[in-house]
Design a protein around this ligand. Structure first.
Ligand code: ADP
Length: 501
C-alpha cells in the first residue's frame, strides 16, 4: 500500500482514510463482513492494490435490509418532519463541500479520473444534488380530487391523494462517477423519506464509504442509509432479489439491468434502471466549427469516455467531414494522458484491467472490420490502464464498434448527406440515452431534437448536467429518470384516500 500511495502528492489529506481498514456500514455501525472476507480495490494508474475492503455478501445484505426495514417501519426517521429531513440532507451537502479536497483525492485514487475534474465536477455536483433534493423534502404533495361517483347519487366525498415513500430502496451503482452516482441515488430516496441499502461498485467503493461517515456526522438515524460494498454477482444479486426490499434502483450495463429486472420479479419490487448508451452526436455544415470540434471531442473523451451518455457516434455533414474529424483527432492528440494527480493531466486511466482489455478488444474488432484510426487506437504505456483517445473513421453501421457501447475514449465518425437518413441512422440503436446536435439553425435543431429517441438532447453543448434536469433513457437505456422532480416519482407511492361527508 505504501508504494501505491507514493503517487499522492505530499501534504495530501487522503492517505489517512485510504490506509484504514474499510468496513461495511450497517445500522449506523462499521462492521466486518459476516464471512470475514475482504477484497482489494486497485489504483488504476498503477495497477497496485490501494486498499482492502470488507466484502459484503448475501448475509450482510440481509442484515442491512433488516436495519433499513426497521428504520423505515418503526425508527425515528418517519417521525421527522419534512423540514427536519430536508435540513439533514442539506447538512450532508455542507459536509461534502467541507471535505471536497479529500473526497476528490479519494475519487482520483480509486477511479483514476483527473483530480481537477473530481474537484470541479464530481464532488460539487454531488453536494448540489443533495441541496436540490433537500428542498424537495417539504414539497412532496398529493392533490385534492373532486369525484362524482354515478352509483351514489347525492352523496358527497372528500377525496385526496398522499404521496408516500415507497419504503426500503436497494441501490446499486457503477464505478464511473462513484460519489456522484451515490448522490443521484440517495438524494431522492432520502428526500421522500425512504431508507436505503446502497451497494457501490467493487472497483470504486472508497468515496462512498467516506460519504457514509459524513452521513453519520449529518445525524441521519441508524439504519436509514446502509452501505454494503461487494461484488455484483453476490451482494448486488442478493439485494436485487431480496423479498423485503420495496424498490431497486440500478445504474450500470444494460446486460446487468436485465438481470436486475429478473431478480426483482420475485416480490415485484419497483424498478428503475439507468443503463447503457451509444449516443449520436450530429454536426451540421452551418455550425460554428471550432465550438463543434471542441464539443465533439469532449462529448466522447470526458471521463476517459466512461460515460453512459458519451457522444460515441459522431455524424458529420459530408461537406465538413474531413475538417471536423481532423479537428477532433488533433484535439485527441493534444490530450495529456497520465496520472490524475498530475495537474497537466487531461485524461486518466480507465478504471480497471477488465475495462482496458474490453476497450482494446473493441479497437481490434474495429480494425479487423476495416476501420482506421486518425488518432490513438491503442493502449497508452505499459503500466496502469491507460488508452489513447481514439477517432475511428471508415466505419459503417454494421460494425460492432458502431453498434455496441465501448465505454472508453473511442469515437466512430461517419459522414451524412441526407438529414432524413441521418435521423434514421441516429436512432438506429438499441439505446436511447442522449444525443447531441450542432447547428446554427434553431428550427432545424429543435425539429431534430423532437425526432431523437433519447432521454436527453443537447443542442450546441454536451454533457451539461444539473440536479434539476431529469436524466434517463428511452429504449434499452433504461426505465425512469434520475434527478429533477421526476426522480421523486421513482421513490413514492400514491395513496388515494376517499372519505364520505
Ligand atoms: P460494468 O460491466 O461496467 O462494470 P456492471 O453493470 O457490471 O457494469 O456494474 C454496475 C453495478 O452493478 C456494480 O455495482 C456491480 O457490482 C453491479 N452488478 C454486476 N452484476 C450484478 C448482478 N448480477 N446483480 C446485481 N448487481 C450486479
Amino acid at each position: 500500500m505504501a508504494t501505491a500511495l507514493k503517487i499522492v502528492p505530499p501534504g495530501n489529506t487522503v492517505s489517512n482514510f485510504v490506509s484504514r481498514t474499510h468496513k461495511l456500514f450497517i445500522n449506523g455501525k462499521w462492521v466486518e463482513a459476516a464471512s470475514g472476507r475482504t477484497f482489494a480495490t486497485y489504483n488504476p494508474a498503477t495497477g497496485e492494490v490501494l486498499a482492502q475492503v470488507a466484502e459484503g455478501d448475501r448475509a450482510d445484505i440481509d442484515l442491512a435490509v433488516k436495519a433499513a426495514r426497521a428504520a423505515f417501519d418503526t425508527g425515528p426517521w418517519r417521525k421527522l418532519s419534512p423540514s427536519e429531513r430536508g435540513r439533514m440532507i442539506w447538512k450532508l451537502a455542507d459536509l461534502i463541500e467541507e471535505n471536497l479536497e479529500e473526497l476528490a483525492e479519494i475519487e482520483t485514487l480509486d477511479n483514476g479520473k483527473p483530480l481537477k475534474i473530481a474537484r470541479a465536477a464530481d464532488v460539487p455536483l454531488a453536494a448540489d444534488l443533495f441541496r436540490y433534493m433537500a428542498g424537495w423534502a417539504t414539497k412532496i404533495e398529493g392533490n385534492t380530487i373532486p369525484i362524482s361517483v354515478p352509483y351514489t347519487p347525492g352523496a358527497q366525498y372528500l377525496a385526496y391523494t398522499l404521496r408516500e415513500p415507497v419504503g426500503v430502496a436497494g441501490q446499486i451503482i457503477p464505478w464511473n462517477f462513484p460519489l456522484l452516482m451515490a448522490a443521484w441515488k440517495l438524494g431522492p430516496a432520502l428526500a421522500t423519506g425512504c431508507t436505503v441499502v446502497l451497494k457501490p461498485a467493487e472497483q470504486t467503493p472508497l468515496s462512498v464509504l467516506r460519504l457514509g461517515e459524513l452521513i453519520q456526522e449529518a445525524g441521519f438515524p441508524d439504519g436509514v442509509v446502509n452501505i454494503v460494498p461487494g461484488y455484483g454477482e453476490t451482494a448486488g444479486a442478493a439485494l436485487a432479489a431480496h423479498p423485503k426490499v420495496d424498490k431497486i434502483a440500478f445504474t450500470g450495463s444494460t446486460e446487468v439491468g436485465k438481470l436486475i429486472l429478473q431478480a426483482a420479479a420475485g416480490n415485484l419490487k419497483k424498478v428503475s434502471l439507468e443503463l447503457g448508451g451509444k449516443s449520436p452526436n450530429v454536426v451540421f455544415a452551418d455550425v460554428d466549427l471550432d465550438a463543434a470540434i471542441a464539443g465533439a471531442a469532449s462529448a466522447i473523451f470526458f471521463n476517459q469516455g466512461q460515460c453512459c451518455c458519451a457522444g460515441s457516434r459522431l455524424y458529420v455533414e459530408k461537406s465538413i467531414f474531413d475538417k471536423v474529424v481532423d479537428g477532433v483527432a488533433a484535439q485527441a492528440k493534444k490530450i495529456n494522458v497520465g496520472s490524475g494527480f498530475e495537474s497537466s493531466t487531461d485524461m486518466g486511466p480507465l478504471v480497471s484491467e477488465e475495462q482496458l482489455n474490453r476497450v482494446c478488444g473493441y479497437l481490434e474488432s474495429g480494425f479487423s472490420e476495416g476501420a482506421t484510426a486518425l488518432s490513438g487506437g491503442s493502449r497508452h504505456g505499459d503500466k496502469g490502464y491507460f488508452v489513447k483517445p481514439t477517432v475511428l473513421v471508415n466505419t459503417n453501421e454494421s460494425m460492432k464498434v458502431v453498434q455496441e457501447e465501448i465505454f472508453g475514449p473511442v469515437v466512430t465518425a461517419m459522414p451524412f448527406s441526407d438529414p432524413e437518413e441521418l435521423i434514421t441512422q441516429a436512432n438506429d440503436s438499441i439505446y436511447g440515452l442522449a444525443a447531441g446536435i450542432w447547428t446554427r439553425d434553431i428550427k432545424k435543431a429543435h425539429r431534430l431534437a423532437a425526432q431523437m429517441r433519447a432521454g436527453t438532447v443537447w443542442i450546441n453543448c454536451y454533457n451539461i448536467f444539473d440536479a434539476a434536469l431529469p436524466f434517463g433513457g428511452y429504449k434499452q437505456s433504461g426505465w425512469g429518470r434520475e434527478m429533477g422532480k421526476d426522480a421523486l416519482e421513482m421513490y413514492t407511492e400514491v395513496k388515494a384516500v376517499c372519505s364520505a361527508l
